[in-house]
Design a protein around this ligand. Structure first.
Ligand code: NAD
Length: 544
């Protein structure tokens, strides 16, 4: 009998394991990597709780070792998309009416399984499938995903507690219903945690979901699906399928029960989604929720008063961790002329110490970029520097090699033109462009920064002068959804730095915060009057 109010305490962030030489976690992870590499993983779709396989089998290979076969997945066609929608809608009523403490228990159990039994398996899958080093996998596929699950349970409990006033004589209450239909989650390759969060945050609110991950993240996505099933997620609540983007879009956006899309990926794809949804608007039962976190051209602005070593460390980590394939990666830096030479010299020296290679060698800081398409796109920007007529030069790096995997050296481009193409466009690779401004023109340089790119995802300022810090914080108020002072612009932690950008970078619904969960709820207000009036007349219209 459900006759009590249940609460979920505020969680603590999951502790990040260090993987130092000789540590037990390093041994366990290395053993799991070896084991996973020695078996071919056969990855089905999951529709209505059933494993589904198509005739269209596709290979999965590590980006850093393209001669090695990790396993296969089964590509979905139109019928699988229809089946996934039907399964979701069939599961909806029972799932939506399940008591919160039972729904929450499934996601809390998933977090616990991920923190313990599945931690190394999940990290190894992310390392092998997406070419992340041990630390990058740990902060993403273990810690961030565990945090998303636990914090979202806590945030949703906070929402459910929010109730309107009830003066004497009546009882007012709010029910936080899930959306009437199904939610489509479309997830990117670069974070296993985002892959897990987009379907589960909506499902936690009582919604049913069709989940389509990027093909290059299916290897780790399938491990998370196994965790959800072991945690007790009922059949049909989240249906994991592998169609092409346009196919899933065309079918879902045309469906009357399409209730929303939870997307993370590139700006162009999101804009095309929004357009298709707009074109279909008259078909839907409800207005769909459109939530998208998209591209960035994230900046580091260095004030003349900055600490040089802090800037160098911030740029080295912010631009090159995970090969610059973070939406938040520093990709354009504005340096003052008084510090530029020293910063560049030290940065180049630091980059020279970064080892590049496969993920199983833990001494490698840099691994491969995700696939051939990314490799070709990134290296084209690098090649174009050579034809830039001196507007830009390669300060360090610039090399690339695809003989074993998709390797691109960490590259710094130096430009004299603040609107040079690599200062404006998202490259999504290990490429940082530097522009040097006159130190006494820093206020004008802020203006250039603010007007250079359509994005406003993350940005960092480095300064010691507190008046300057205050000025820059105000002047750049619309330039970034996540703004850092004397820190790199990457590494947002759930519950600490809610994440999302404005302008062309997305709807800024802040993944990993209470704001995001409101988007997957549709409130119903209920007023109950204890002793209702029995006469329509008021006193004011009675005769004197
Ligand atoms: P992408 O846009 O290529 O793909 C994202 C997802 O959309 C994939 O599942 C893909 O298959 C799907 N897709 C592609 N075309 C589609 C279509 N026409 N209709 C429906 N779905 C379609 O992005 P990606 O390469 O996987 O990820 C990198 C991008 O994601 C970068 O632009 C990066 O900035 C962005 N990103 C943003 C955030 C953020 O929080 N703002 C976080 C991570 C990544």
């Amino acid at each position: 009998m459900n006759n009590a109010y249940f609460d979920f305490a505020e969680p603590k962030n999951e502790t990040v394991l260090g993987y130092a030489p000789g540590s037990p976690e390093r041994k366990s992870l290395q053993a799991t990597l070896k084991e996973m590499k020695s078996h071919l993983r056969d990855i089905p779709m999951y529709i209505d709780g059933q494993e589904v396989r198509s005739e269209n089998k596709k290979e999965i290979r590590p980006p850093h070792d393209t001669s090695h076969l990790l396993g296969h997945f089964y590509a979905s066609d139109e019928q699988h998309v229809h089946d996934a929608i039907d399964a979701a809608l069939a599961a909806r009523d029972e799932w939506a009416s399940m008591a919160w403490e039972h729904r929450a228990a499934i996601f809390m159990k998933a977090a616990e399984l991920l923190a313990t039994k599945y931690r190394f398996r999940m990290n190894a899958a992310t390392m092998l499938g997406q070419s992340k080093n041990a630390y990058q996998a740990e902060i993403d596929s273990a810690c961030e995903l565990i945090d998303f699950l636990r914090f979202n349970v806590y945030f949703l409990s906070q929402i459910y507690k929010q109730q309107p006033l009830s003066p004497i004589g009546m009882n007012n209450r709010m029910e936080y219903r899930p959306l009437e239909g199904f939610v489509l989650a479309v997830t990117p390759f670069n974070f296993t945690a985002i892959g897990g969060n987009l379907p589960t945050s909506a499902a936690m609110c009582g919604n049913v979901v069709v989940w389509k991950p990027a093909n290059t993240q299916i290897y780790s996505a399938s491990v998370f699906m196994e965790i959800l099933i072991e945690a007790g997620l009922p059949a049909g609540v989240i249906n994991l399928i592998y169609p092409s983007g346009p196919v899933v879009g065309e079918i879902c956006y045309a469906h009357p029960a399409f209730a929303g899309v939870h997307f993370t990926g590139s700006t162009g794809v999101f804009q095309s989604m929004w357009k298709s949804i707009g074109e279909n608007i008259a078909r839907y039962k409800s207005y769909p929720r459109i939530v998208g976190e998209t591209g960035g051209k994230d900046f580091v602005f260095v004030h003349p008063s900055a600490n040089v070593d802090a800037v160098v460390a911030g740029l080295a980590r912010g631009a090159f961790e995970y090969q610059g394939q973070k939406c938040s990666a520093a990709s354009r830096a504005y340096l003052p002329a008084n510090l530029a030479a020293e910063i560049k010299k030290k940065l180049v020296a630091e980059i020279a110490t970064m080892k590049m290679g496969p993920v199983d060698d833990f001494t490698n800081f840099i691994n491969a970029v995700i696939d051939e398409k990314a490799f070709n796109s990134i290296t084209k920007y690098i090649d174009n520097v050579k034809n830039s007529n001196g507007a830009a030069t390669i300060l360090c790096g610039g090399g690339y090699d695809k003989s074993k995997g998709w390797f691109v050296e960490p590259t710094v481009i130096d430009t004299t033109d603040p609107t040079y193409v690599t200062m404006c466009e998202e490259i999504f690779g290990p490429v940082l462009t530097i522009y040097t401004y006159e130190a006494d023109m820093w206020i004008q340089a802020l203006d250039v920064l603010d007007n250079t790119s359509p994005y406003a995802l993350t940005g960092a300022i480095f300064a010691q002068d507190r008046y300057a810090i205050e000025y820059m914080t105000k002047a750049l108020v619309n330039s970034a959804g996540n703004f850092y002072i004397n820190d790199k612009p990457t590494g947002a932690v759930v519950g600490q730095q809610p994440f999302g950008g404005a302008r062309a970078s997305g709807t800024n619904d802040k993944a990993g915060s209470i704001l995001n969960l409101y988007r997957w709820l549709s409130a119903r207000t209920i007023k109950e009057t204890h002793v209702p009036p029995v006469d329509y007349r008021y006193s004011f219209h009675q005769a004197d």
